[in-house]
Structures are given as structure tokens and as C-alpha cells.
Design a protein around this ligand. Structure first.
Ligand code: ZN
Length: 107
């Protein structure tokens, strides 16, 4: 049982609009409750996102459809994953210190 999820859906055209407004019909969406969907496929990491409230990875299925996954869930999945041999270099972004992966030129 995956349970239910509340999503904003346009009462006129039925489109799901994440931000609660249908730009096609120029109307506010109403919150509807439907069964959560599940997708099984082979996923590839293709991008990442970050906003004030969250960050994570964008993964793509074999048909090219993209799904944002929150970092906490990504981490739960890759906890302990070995990245192989890497060279890291200290870096500073604004006032934050961190490390970046150095890509070595092929000889
Ligand atoms: Zn609409």
C-alpha cells in the first residue's frame, strides 16, 4: 500500500500543476487526493537541483522522463557506496569551505 498523495489539479483541464496555478486555463487548481504512483525502471543520474528548502538529484528513466529525488532519500540509497579512487582539492564557496573532485587530464 503506497497510500494517498495530495496534488494541485486544474478543475477545468485536469492538468497537474505543481505550483497550484494552471497557466493554460488561468485558474487556481484545487487540491485532490489520489493514489501514489510508483515507477520501476533503470534510472540514470542526469542533473541536480537545490532550492531554499531542499536539494537532491534528478534521475532519468529509460524513456527519458525525469524525477527529482530529495537528497535525504538519495543518501539513504547510496549510504556506504564506494566511489573508487578520487583526488580531492580544498575549495571555498563564499564563506563555506569544502572539497571538490579533481578531474585529471588523460596522459
Ligand atoms: Zn487547466
Amino acid at each position: 500500500m503506497a497510500g494517498k498523495i495530495k496534488i494541485p489539479q486544474c478543475p477545468q483541464c485536469g492538468a497537474v500543476n505543481e505550483y497550484g496555478y494552471c497557466s493554460k486555463c488561468r485558474c487556481r487548481c484545487e487540491m485532490i487526493s489520489r493514489d501514489k504512483r510508483q515507477v520501476s525502471d533503470n534510472f540514470t543520474v542526469v542533473d541536480w537541483f537545490s532550492s531554499r528548502s531542499s536539494a537532491g538529484l534528478i534521475v532519468e528513466d529509460t524513456t527519458g522522463k525525469r524525477y527529482p529525488i530529495y537528497m535525504s532519500d538519495v543518501f539513504a540509497h547510496i549510504d556506504g557506496l564506494k566511489l573508487g579512487e578520487l583526488t580531492l582539492e580544498e575549495t571555498k564557496k563564499g564563506s563555506a569551505y569544502g572539497w571538490k573532485v579533481i578531474v585529471k587530464e588523460a596522459a
